[in-house]
Design a protein around this ligand. Structure first.
Ligand code: SF4
Length: 357
């Protein structure tokens, strides 16, 4: 089947999966209020969402998350049809904190006789953990779930929902995170449901902190936000920041992260040994190999390198040259166009032979 037919056949199917995953997701947001997800995320994102309503994060992980959420909500409704509310507005009237109107929408709320049970539903690619016992059915809970490293923003979100639910509740509020994730136990990756109880509600001063940040600042709350932000990827945000690296002690890292670092170092050492062996074995030779359907040369491969006469370029282009001197090789064509027939006199081509693998 040609690529064109395959594209025509599957593209609409993929689009439909996306539509189905998003179907029924529209929340009834009270105008002028913000939800918990917005409250604990970069305030600049909320402003840009108003400016560019068409910009929506679009990844398979998000589709998978929506689908998991949808089916889980339906399953809870089927099992507890009488007392279950899906994404109710909590509290009924938004609260005002630091001039910000806040109203949450917990994924699921089950009203019991003695307690209110709230559930936040999540789906993750991989959830690292440590010292997990090997015997598990399909779900991990209790003390074992505490040994999984759940992203902090999920915990904060659940604690914030618990805070809002507790404001008007006349019963105890029990808050859970219900996560579907790939987990590695005894070297084997498997999907599990994780049920993690979130004990403490957010404290009032914490809610105030997030509300104040939302009202007055434009910088991200989490270190990783800019790296995953659609507005950054599309070059629409001037406030994007690269987080300054923080110094951590290796022993404070989760076991999985430490194992991954060790394994990578081992692989690097192996790669170095193999490369120096191949440098000798292929000395003065090159081979064409096929990788991912493409042919490429490996071994001792010649390539053309341009050495530019920078002073000559400045003389020729004057002040305009500054924009080229910052540029890397990807702008070579524009530089050649600007220099026109003088290109060759200002450039010396050399052939260098490197080892490539
Ligand atoms: S790029 Fe960073 S600062 Fe800008 S909206 Fe996204 S998260 Fe916020």
């Amino acid at each position: 089947m040609s690529e064109l037919i395959l594209e025509r056949l599957f593209k609409p199917v993929i689009r439909e999966i996306q539509n189905l995953s998003k179907e029924g997701r529209e929340l009834k947001i009270t105008p002028g209020t913000i939800g918990i997800t917005t409250l604990i995320r970069c305030p600049q994102q909320a402003k840009l969402r108003l400016l560019y309503p068409e910009m929506k994060p679009d990844t398979l992980e998000i589709d998978d998350g929506y689908l998991h959420e949808k089916i889980t909500k339906q399953a809870i409704l089927n099992v507890y049809p009488k007392n279950t509310l899906i994404e109710p507005a909590v509290p009924e009237n938004p609260i005002e904190v630091e001039n910000v109107l806040i109203q949450g929408h917990p994924d699921v709320v089950i009203e019991g006789k003695k307690a209110i049970i709230a559930i936040e539903i999540k789906c993750m690619n991989f959830l690292p953990g440590y010292r997990l016992p090997s015997q598990h059915e399909k779900f991990i809970y209790g003390e074992d779930a505490k040994r999984l490293i759940i992203p902090e923003q999920y915990i904060i979100q659940a604690r914030a929902q618990k805070y809002l639910l507790s404001l008007k509740a006349d019963k105890q509020v029990i808050q859970y995170l219900f996560i579907k994730a790939l987990i590695k136990i005894n070297g084997r990756m498997k999907k599990y449901y994780v049920i993690r109880q979130v004990e403490d509600a957010l404290r009032e001063e914490e809610i105030r902190f997030y509300a104040r940040k939302h009202a007055t600042q434009s910088s991200p709350i989490w270190d990783w936000e800019c790296a995953y932000c659609t507005f950054n990827q599309e070059g629409l945000c001037e406030k994007a920041v690269k987080p300054a690296p923080r110094l951590l002690l290796p022993e404070t890292l989760p076991e999985d992260v430490r194992n991954a670092i060790e394994r990578l170092q081992e692989l690097r050492r192996e790669m170095k040994d193999l490369e120096s062996y191949l440098k000798k074995a292929l000395y003065g030779k090159k081979v064409i190999i096929t990788k991912d359907g493409k042919e490429r040369e490996i071994g001792w491969v010649a390539r053309e390198v341009a050495r530019w006469d920078v002073e000559g370029i400045i003389k020729k282009l004057g002040i305009k040259s500054a924009q080229y001197l910052m540029v890397n090789w990807r702008r070579t064509r524009q530089l050649e166009e600007a220099l026109r027939e003088e290109t060759e006199s200002l450039r010396e081509m050399q052939t260098v032979i490197d080892f490539k693998i």
